[in-house]
Design a protein around this ligand. Structure first.
Ligand code: NAD
Length: 464
């Protein structure tokens, strides 16, 4: 099933995740004999130059090591990256590749913060990088795509898909809104009209835990495969990709490699946010409180695992039904993935940014459980854990620096200097929305904090 001129899937953002996720799927398709699409890999920043050098010496090929929760490791040589777009400060290589008529998808992973959206998901025109790009630079995805698409529009104007593969709720829509706002502010009416007419931005849900590669991967790869790989990457065995099937100029036959092509990604996104992301935070806060460093240790601590399990089972699953997913199975798989000791994800990394996680990941379940006429006892333990976590932070008693983009340190210290800190926390409308006005919610939170207070002062055994 080969053709003389394969279509190009141009990827911007040469991080580990792309190489463990999207590149793996396209590789699997090629391994089935379908070589109609191949990847051209590029980066906006110069930080991937050493990686590109290593990959170039290996014809773009590298080994992916995956590891199951049971410790089974597998090695696969990934061969889908056929072009390494040379980096230069003006992004000339990227512009040329993006304007090439064979390029029919431009996908990107530029991290969650690479979209410069405020709390209302609107583009922040005051950010220094956005300001620079509005003046014509190309530091961000918006400035880079503006250059690429101006060239494409001038050359032939063929349509294409702009595919966000970052971990963002409604990632396609939010990127697109940001990009269209950017083009308005940059006064590019012709390009704005062209993008509106000739591109699509489907939402996607991507999942595979991919830690930053460490030095011990290459010796294992050499040992297992005999290949002295200078650019290996490692990830968990689990992988998932759900995409809204709205491509402007065709797409690879991704459904053949188990990508879920759907009309709306929302049920998957919602399940991921409430079951995976919120449980992850719950485990990280609880684990930190009892003095543990790693997610797998905390997930293997009976009482912590039960908290996460009960939260999902009692309150989240009833909130998400009906769902096209098998939510109980999803919960079990997620908890097994978190217990994977070979991934060594830290409680510190996962506990970060708690203030913005409460309203998006947790408050909807609190509200919907009340709306069903039930009391969200299991869910209330999550903000209770976070309250105790913040209290420790205030007492300078956390084992690490707490990183939170939404933290107004002075205001939070002020809150905790009052005897009624918990009542103030429960009445915080940015965290709890309309529940902040309800006495029964404040009373519930108080009971949950009281139930955890003495438990959280003692180290807990890792039991599994
Ligand atoms: P990484 O640190 O390996 O790579 C980040 C890449 O993004 C680099 O190429 C860097 O140059 C580029 N980049 C960073 N900030 C940028 C900006 N403001 N503008 C343009 N480019 C920028 O990270 P990774 O592990 O590849 O993860 C990247 C993203 O993938 C995550 O932020 C997340 O949205 C998504 N993701 C990652 C995982 C994971 O487990 N690693 C899982 C699901 C989704």
């Amino acid at each position: 099933m080969t053709t003389a001129t394969p279509s190009i899937w141009l990827h911007i953002g040469a991080g580990s995740f792309h190489r463990a996720h999207q590149a793996w799927y396209l590789h699997r398709l090629m391994a089935q004999g379908d070589c109609r699409w191949e990847i051209a890999l590029s980066n906006i920043r110069d930080d991937a130059v050493p990686l590109f050098k290593a990959l170039a010496a290996q014809n773009g090929e590298y080994t992916l090591e995956t590891v199951t929760p049971e410790g089974e490791r597998q090695y696969e040589k990934i061969t889908s990256i056929k072009t390494l777009v040379p980096w230069d400060a003006e992004l000339k290589g990227l512009i040329k590749q993006g304007a090439d008529p064979r390029t029919k998808v431009i996908a990107f992973t530029v991290t969650e913060s690479g979209y410069f959206l405020d709390n209302d998901h609107q583009l922040d025109p005051e950010h220094a990088d956005i300001k620079a790009d509005l003046r014509g630079e190309a530091r961000t995805i918006y400035g880079a795509l503006t250059r690429v698409l101006l060239a494409r529009m001038a050359a032939h104007g063929n349509p294409l898909t702009l595919l966000n593969c970052d971990n963002l709720r409604h990632n396609g829509e939010r990127f697109r809104q940001g990009f269209l706002t950017f083009l308005k502010l940059r006064n590019e009416p012709a390009l704005l009209a062209w993008v509106t007419e000739n591109t699509t931005s489907p939402n996607t849900m991507v999942d595979r835990i991919t830690p930053r590669p460490t030095a011990d991967i290459a010796p294992r790869v050499l040992d297992a495969t005999g290949f002295a790989d200078n650019a290996p990457v490692m990830a968990e065995a689990f992988i998932q990709w759900v995409i809204e099937d709205d491509f402007a100029a065709g797409r690879p036959a991704l459904e053949k490699v188990n990508v879920e092509m759907v009309d709306s990604v929302l049920p998957w996104e919602e399940a991921k946010i409430r079951i995976l992301n919120a449980s992850h935070s719950c485990i990280a806060w609880a684990g930190t409180l009892v003095g543990q460093d790693f997610i797998h240790q905390s997930t293997q601590t009976q009482e912590i695992k039960e908290m996460a399990w009960e939260y999902v089972t009692q309150d989240v699953i009833p909130s998400l039904l009906p769902s096209p997913l098998d939510l109980e199975n999803y919960r079990n798989v997620v908890l097994a993935r978190f217990a994977n000791p070979y991934i060594r994800d830290t409680n510190q990394r996962v506990a970060a940014d708690g203030l913005s996680k409460i309203p998006g990941f947790i408050t909807p379940t609190l509200m919907e459980t009340y709306q069903r006429g039930e009391t969200p006892r299991a869910t209330s333990l999550l903000p209770a854990l976070f309250f105790l976590f913040l209290q420790r932070w205030h007492q300078q008693d956390l084992p690490y620096d707490y990183q939170d983009g939404a933290l107004d340190a002075a205001a939070r210290h002020e809150m905790f200097s009052h005897k009624d800190a918990l009542a103030r926390y429960a009445a915080d409308a940015t965290l709890f929305g309309p529940l902040s006005q309800r006495a029964e919610f404040a009373a519930l939170l108080e009971r949950s904090v009281a139930s955890l207070q003495s438990w959280a002062r003692h180290p807990q055994p890792v039991s599994e």
